[in-house]
Design a binder for this molecule. Structure first.
Ligand SMILES: Cc1cc2nc3c(=O)[nH]c(=O)nc-3n(C[C@H](O)[C@H](O)[C@H](O)COP(=O)(O)O)c2cc1C
Length: 199
């Protein structure tokens, strides 16, 4: 049993994924449900929707991303991104993160504030699920393929899984067993990151 800080330290971006896990799909699904249910949202607006893909659904999704990104990315960028896509297909599954724009509109907030709450609501779910997966000894990364509701970039994904047109895809989190640990990470002085005043 690790402490919360140990869990926070353990969570890293993991790109080389496999399918070796002590947890069944149903257990991962249940954990994600439990976590999303408790994630805080502005005004308790519950605007976030997550879609978890396993097996064929995971493969179909990443094939779709591959086909689209192949037309968009070039050179070194494509080399890097195609590696991430292939890595995602080798894992156990992917969590897709959406905000339901119909629910977002119901929040008593407009403009910059509405946008901030929407992004914050989603980010809370992203980080909570990332930690939950880490606790289950699963590795994950955060990706942003085909993001762009206004441009219709997420339409293909929504059609693939029969999701509401009002869903805006904000991120993807492919996960699986950790086949390659993350390298050292740079940190900045916590005195710069965190200030404390007593009066
Ligand atoms: C808001 C946000 C966006 C990110 N976008 C991407 C991304 O599009 N692709 C990617 O590979 N990693 C992405 N990351 C992962 C970061 O690059 C990574 O968390 C950071 O370098 C620290 O490494 P660590 O996750 O191993 O601690 C993102 C992370 C955050 C918090």
């Amino acid at each position: 049993m690790s402490t919360f800080v140990e869990l926070v330290e353990k969570r890293r971006s993991i790109y080389v994924l496999g399918t070796d896990s002590e947890y069944a799909q149903k257990e991962i699904e249940t954990r994600i449900r439990e976590v999303v249910k408790q994630v805080p949202t502005a005004f308790n607006s519950r605007t976030t929707r997550v879609v978890t893909l396993f097996d064929g659904a995971n493969e179909n999704f990443w094939n779709h991303i591959y086909d689209i990104q192949k037309e968009v990315l070039e050179g070194e960028m494509w080399d890097m991104m195609s590696g991430i896509i292939t890595g995602a297909k080798n894992g156990i599954g992917t969590v897709l993160f959406f905000e339901d724009k119909d629910a977002v509109k119901e929040m008593p907030a407009q403009g910059i504030r509405e946008e901030a709450y929407k992004q914050n609501n989603n980010a809370n779910a992203q980080y909570a699920i990332w930690l939950a997966l880490t606790e289950m000894n699963l590795g994950a990364s955060l990706q942003h393929f085909n993001v762009g509701y206004e441009q219709g970039f997420d339409k293909g994904t929504k059609e693939m899984f029969n999701l509401s047109e009002s869903y805006e895809m904000l991120a993807q989190m492919p996960f699986g067993s950790v086949e390659q640990e993350a390298g050292e990470k740079e940190h900045i002085d916590t005195e710069v990151q965190v200030k404390v005043f007593n009066n």
